[in-house]
Design a protein around this ligand. Structure first.
Ligand SMILES: Nc1ncnc2c1ncn2[C@@H]1O[C@H](COP(=O)(O)OP(=O)(O)OP(=O)(O)O)[C@@H](O)[C@H]1O
Length: 121
């Protein structure tokens, strides 16, 4: 296997690890599938797709980084420590901030056409 393919394979195994072990990652993936399904139903514009895909990718990427930080902290500090807590809480905060942004983007982009579809206005 070439160097590039090996890098892709290890990155995919990291994603699989996060999906297998992190409940929040599973929730983000289900939400991403729902958003993409709704987007296909509502025939969004290219710009709307670009913004939605970016928002979804940002949340999933930050959840992966959060998982990496949790693993590294557990390895470096299996005992409880205020700095370990700060590292984990801050990483979780990054995911939360991106999730709020993605929800806002989803409501702004998907809300109006979904409303029209459901209530035929
Ligand atoms: N070594 C530690 N020292 C101090 N506080 C910790 C430590 N490990 C975890 N915590 C605290 O417990 C919280 C939960 O940590 P945990 O490792 O269970 O991750 P989590 O937030 O439950 O992530 P997930 O459920 O997505 O795996 C952390 O956000 C932190 O506040």
């Amino acid at each position: 296997m070439g160097k590039f393919l090996r890098s892709v394979a290890v990155a995919l195994s990291g994603i699989r690890f996060a999906i297998r072990t992190q409940r929040h990652m599973q929730i983000h993936c289900v939400a991403a599938i729902l958003v993409i399904g709704l987007g296909l139903m509502l025939s969004l514009s290219f710009v709307e797709w670009a913004i939605l895909v970016f928002a979804v990718a940002l949340v999933i990427s930050l959840e992966l980084v959060n998982t990496a930080i949790e693993q590294a902290v557990d390895l470096a500090s299996p005992e409880r420590h205020p700095i370990a807590k700060a590292a984990k809480d801050t990483a979780a905060g990054a995911v939360l901030a991106a999730t709020f942004g993605a929800i806002a983007i989803g409501v702004i982009i998907i809300g109006p056409p979904l409303w029209r579809l459901l209530f035929a206005l």
